[in-house]
Design a protein around this ligand. Structure first.
Ligand code: DX5
Ligand code: ZN
Length: 217
């Protein structure tokens, strides 16, 4: 499958959020990436249900909601009801990961697990057959605009090998510091979804930038 592109709304202009959502609607982007932060699991707070519902009301592409919150189990149904189509939880926040993943699936969403940049991909071996996607953090979660961690390439290649053996349908997302400078090598190393925030929303022509991420050289 050709890789997907998911602009991260964390970097959007919140005073003009409707316009930003329309921009993504009218671009080659495949998904909206929606970052939820609680000021507890990560040292930043973003937004919650009411904003997600409003985004959903005009979004013409699925919402990929990335939970950077402690105790996500308590909120999985609320995120589904707010409009999440894909939902991911951090490995580090789920003591009963198998149960969390299956709850997400039972509620009709694609279920994903996220790992921090310096957690080994091998930790995911047991859960890999159960998840629809893995989100590999390529920066420490909490903020947009950080520098891409190069060690991600090695982790991505190792995860791609595990995918062949354990779940060939698995979708691998990469999140953090993604730009047109690393898009092509990331796809070659096995990324199926490129998530990009500041590179897209700070570009002078975001629609064109999304197209360049979709068709990298
Ligand atoms: C970081 C978030 C990312 C962030 C990416 O914690 O998970 O989705 O929005 O932003 P950039 O592309 O600016 O690194
Ligand atoms: Zn994210």
């Amino acid at each position: 499958m050709k890789h997907l592109v998911a602009p991260s709304l964390l970097a959007a202009d919140f005073l003009d959020l409707g316009k930003e959502v329309e921009m993504v609607n009218n671009s080659e982007a495949d998904l909206f990436h929606v970052d939820v932060m609680d000021g507890h699991f990560v040292p930043n707070i973003s937004f919650g249900f009411s904003i997600i519902k409003q985004i959903k009301s005009i979004a013409k592409k699925p919402l990929d909601v990335h939970l950077m919150i402690s105790n996500p189990d308590s909120y999985i149904k609320d995120f589904r009801d707010s409009g999440a189509d894909w939902l991911s939880v951090h490995y580090e926040t789920c003591p009963h990961l198998h149960r969390s993943i299956h709850l997400i699936k039972e509620l009709g969403m694609k279920a994903g697990v996220v790992i921090n940049p310096y957690n080994n991909v091998e930790l995911l071996q047991g859960i890999l057959p159960d998840v629809d996607f893995v989100l590999l953090m390529s920066v420490n979660p909490g903020f947009g605009g950080q520098r891409f961690i190069e060690a991600t390439f090695d982790r991505l290649r190792r995860l791609s090998k595990m995918k062949e053996e354990l779940n060939p349908e698995l979708i691998i997302e990469v999140d953090g510091g993604v730009s047109k400078n690393n898009a092509q090598p990331l796809v070659e190393a096995g990324a199926d979804v490129l998530i990009a925030g500041s590179a897209v929303f700070k570009a002078s022509d975001p629609v064109r930038y999304i197209s360049e991420l979709k068709n990298p050289e």
